[in-house]
Design a protein around this ligand. Structure first.
Ligand SMILES: Nc1ncnc2c1ncn2[C@@H]1O[C@H](COP(=O)(O)OP(=O)(O)OP(=O)(O)O)[C@@H](O)[C@H]1O
Ligand SMILES: [Mg+2]
Length: 279
């Protein structure tokens, strides 16, 4: 074997052995308080890039709190545990650094930013992440994504979420997801308040973005309804109750919740947060 061929063989073998593991969100024993009130009580979760994980749970169980905490909202005080993505300690990073690392959050209740148009917002967000596109390419991509989400072109120049209907806000959040191409998308109830057609458009949109990423994007989807999962088949479903993940399973778990609700968890006699065993 020639020296070069031998070197190539050694390099290939080293790469195979030392290839970085798939990027993953790791949450270990995360505890979070809001205004002094403990909300998350030791959350453990793994979401690998390339998979869709669903987070369900009764109102007030802490799902949005987890989402905000992972993004670094200053109101949510981490009092214990750890969270990392792709081996990087998230808790040590400011929200913009977390976004740069590839985290994205679509809000349950998106806020309006009067004075900032959708087009300027998206350009600034891409620039901040070092993903700026030449103007013509940016406009073309924005047009494509808006068409796919059946958004009227007038939304480009409207102030972000200002006067948008509930359903329009959810589409605008999905548009941000499409343009920013994150590595981990946390979608907080992207399906709430949508009519049946809009629900299909948003679900198809997320699926399309997922497929386009070719396994480079993971999704943590917070939802109350099985319906969106008819389009987006999850790899795992997690149930949160009283600030903890109390059960995890396959897509059938979401089906079970749809049929039976959360009674098996909320009426358990075991102490809150204790793993509830299911038949
Ligand atoms: N800024 C805040 N100030 C006071 N309490 C808060 C704050 N944010 C969250 N909480 C409380 O934390 C608990 C969990 O709220 P959170 O929004 O995380 O629930 P959720 O699981 O997302 O519920 P939902 O399904 O209704 O969206 C609730 O009791 C809520 O009132
Ligand atoms: Mg919520």
């Amino acid at each position: 074997m020639s020296e070069i061929a031998e070197q190539a063989r050694v390099v290939a073998a080293t790469n195979a052995a030392g290839a970085p593991p798939t990027a993953e969100l790791h949450v270990d024993g995360l505890r979070v308080s809001v205004e002094g009130k403990p909300i998350l009580d030791g959350v453990d979760l793994r979401v690998p890039v390339g998979q869709v994980h669903v987070l369900m749970g009764p109102n007030g169980s802490g799902k949005s709190t987890l989402a905000y905490s992972l993004m670094g909202h200053p109101k949510y005080q981490v009092t214990g545990g750890a969270a990392s993505f792709d081996g990087q300690d998230l808790l040590a990073l400011t929200p913009d650094r977390r976004a740069k690392l590839g985290l994205f959050l679509s809000f349950q209740n998106p806020i309006a930013i009067p004075g900032v148009t959708t087009v300027n917002f998206l350009r600034a967000a891409l620039r901040a992440q070092g993903k700026e596109l030449p103007a013509r390419e940016f406009i073309a991509r924005l047009g494509e994504e808006m068409t796919a989400l059946r958004m009227d072109a007038s939304f480009r120049s409207r102030y972000i979420n200002d006067g948008f209907s509930g359903g329009e806000k959810k589409r605008a959040e999905t548009l941000q997801l499409a343009m920013l191409e994150p590595r981990l998308a946390i979608l907080d109830e992207p399906d709430s308040g949508l009519d049946v057609d809009a629900l299909r458009i948003v679900a198809d949109g997320v699926l399309r973005i997922m497929e386009k990423s070719e396994g480079r994007m993971g999704v943590l989807l917070i939802t109350h309804y099985y319906r969106i999962l008819e389009n987006l088949t999850p790899d795992r479903v997690h149930i949160m109750h009283q600030g903890r993940i109390v059960d995890s399973g396959g897509p059938e778990l979401a089906h079970l919740i749809e049929r039976e609700g959360y009674d098996p968890y909320t009426t358990a006699t075991s102490p809150p947060g204790t793993e509830v065993s299911r038949p």
